[in-house]
Design a protein around this ligand. Sequence first.
Ligand SMILES: *Cc1c(COP(=O)(O)O)cnc(C)c1O
Length: 430
Amino acid sequence: MHARLTARADALESNIHKAAIGLAAFFGFGEYKRDTMSALVPTYARATLAFVKGEGVYLETAEGERYLDFGAGVAVASLGHAHPALVSALCEQAQALWHTSNLYSIPGQERLGERLAEATFADQVFFANSGAEAMECAVKMARKYHAAQGDGGRYRVITFEGAFHGRTLAMISAGGQEKHLEGFGPPVDGFDHVPLGDLGAVRNAITGETAAIAIEPLLGEGGVLTVSWKFLRDLRALADEKGILLIFDEVQTGIGRTGKLFAYEWAGMTPDIMAVAKGLGGGFPVGACLATGEAAQGLTAGSHGSTFGGNPLAMAVGNAVLDVVLAPGFLARVRDISVALKQKLAGLRDEFPDVIEEVRGEGLMIGLKCAVPNQRLIEALFEERLLTVPAGDNVVRLLPPLIVEPEHIDLACDRLGAACGAVSAALDRS
Ligand SMILES: *Cc1c(COP(=O)(O)O)cnc(C)c1O
């Protein structure tokens, strides 16, 4: 019995393995993609290489090959790799205390909460471990706000086409993208999707059941899609007019990514609730839901929680990240570097219009809308040892660590030029 099962499993594995290799060959992944089976659920189309070390804007393989990291672990390594201040904050906390649970006060959590509130529109913060959880908290908070006002019938949230809010069941429903929902059964009820940038559609979608509007001020996974700052101000006015809440998902745009601490500052308005994660921990998992005291009023004792949320290790790192990002001049430097990067990228777009169609984004969250399949440019860049991140709408994202120096911008643009040249030459041949 056992032997037969094992044999069947072997046969199945071999078939899956063959299918995987066939698929990889079909998509032309070649060396770039893993073609062997592993013990991991194959949810990621991973590159074959692994990094064992990081330093600043560089990642290094076991063989000592160095790659310039303009992906920063998808906008997470905001201060680059092995930043000395983060390393020492984490090591110091690890020597003292790892975990106590939220049954007790956590001094680092109080401190990070106060500092985030001080630096933003928010009065209060709930700590979680990821972006999806921070957004879940935001949606629960908005629903509970209306319940606390005696209007529990308001539970629906308006979101935008192309949005990404994470991969929990509720958040794939919030994002509403077919590729994320497919096969997972009925979407979680309570999300209404409208076209991005269409104020009339938002207005029409608001009913007596609407609790909130949720938007990424700059859509990351969707392809660095921008809305005008005026559109965000109009959403603010509309939410006020209708007595509903405005949620910003700044999981990717937050913590200096766009050149301001948070992207809402560019728009000259404030949301009621804001989800933060990625850059806040600089690579240590952390999420946060920030809110005005008014918006947070429904989340009373016992109404929400997280075992690991706001753990001393995460808080030590989060505080160290803020020390650096809030230091005088840091964000101004990010903005200056961004101008230099965008200028150079515009030059590359002019030189290689057959590869790069458009340069867009804010700060160090830049999207290259491609005229060729984006994966082709990503693989050519990979050959040049420049790491980037794909996004929707056929975009290649550049998300360098915020500590990037002008010399790294020059180097990255040289490598981009070489990669575009190679892609362009291959187009000419075909
Ligand atoms: C990455 C991301 C999320 C999800 O964050 P996780 O930590 O993967 O759960 C949510 N919203 C936005 C805008 C993101 O970029």
